[in-house]
Design a protein around this ligand. Structure first.
Ligand code: FPP
Length: 251
């Protein structure tokens, strides 16, 4: 396993868990079997991230666009999600993990929302890792809703247009209160963001692996984190500035 520097782990890790369907199809299995195996990978990554001391883990579990999948697959995913949350809440309590959800929850079935509410309430006092599930989530939808809410507050006289800045805008996003992700992992070889956290990923380090989500192992997670630790994050500055030699460099 790759050795990791505990002081240089991402504070916030985000994951696009992709390739469940392909994993299943390659094995002549139903797509839902891929999602079931994917849920086992979720368990492993949550456990490892919490053990490593990562403070925020955000998982893209169901996109706004996923509603257009066959009804049977959508139903099966919702059932799987509910089962997972129910089964895992006790472990979240033991591990001091707090549940959080982003996305358009009004689209989710009532029973899923009830299960989520129970889990969110039960874990609300936990002070360890924050596990955010992006459900019925789309970043463009999130951004346009944030703009609409801002406009309403301006109309209501709670805010002036001049007062709108990056911090104010961020507080209107679903992720208000969460730091931006430091590192994004996407599995299955697709190299795109797919409407995930478009605002929040501005300076995030991106990592793509060919491995399908059900095959993503502890070793693969450590490999990805070791890759993150090898990167220099400059946030628009120069390497020399970061190493404290900023004044010596040639412009
Ligand atoms: C992408 O694979 C994955 C999803 C749309 C759903 C993710 C769900 C899980 C990992 C399991 C349940 C989640 C939790 C939090 C318990 P895909 O179906 O798009 O794969 P494909 O691109 O190969 O078809």
């Amino acid at each position: 396993m790759e050795p990791l520097d505990p002081n240089r782990l991402p504070v916030h890790l985000a994951v696009i868990m992709d390739g469940n369907g392909r994993w299943a199809q390659q094995r002549m299995l139903r797509r839902i079997v891929g999602h079931q195996r994917g849920a086992e990978t979720v368990k492993m990554v949550v456990e490892q991230a919490s053990l490593l001391g990562i403070r925020y883990l955000t998982l893209f579990a169901f996109s706004s666009e996923n509603w257009s999948r066959p009804a049977m697959e959508v139903r099966a995913l919702m059932t799987l999600l509910k089962k997972y949350i129910r089964q895992e809440t006790a472990r979240m309590m033991r591990k001091n993990i707090r549940y959080n959800v982003i996305g358009n929850r009004s689209d989710l079935p009532d029973d899923v929302n009830e299960t989520l509410n129970e889990a969110i309430n039960k874990t609300s006092g936990n002070t360890g890792m924050v596990l955010t599930l992006a459900l019925s989530y789309g970043s463009r939808q999130e951004l346009s809703m944030a703009a609409a809410r801002l406009a309403q507050d301006v109309l209501a006289g709670k805010l002036t247009p001049e007062a709108i800045n990056i911090d104010v805008f961020e507080s209107y996003l679903d992720t208000g209160g969460l730091p931006d992700p430091d590192f994004l992992i996407r599995t299955s070889g697709e190299m795109r963001i797919s409407n995930f956290l478009l605002w929040q990923l501005a300076y995030t380090e991106l990592y793509f692996t060919e491995i399908n989500w059900p095959d993503f192992t502890i070793n693969e997670l450590h490999k990805a984190l070791a890759d993150y630790q090898s990167r220099e994050r400059r946030f628009g500055r120069t390497s020399d500035q970061l190493s404290g030699r900023g004044d010596l460099s040639n412009a």
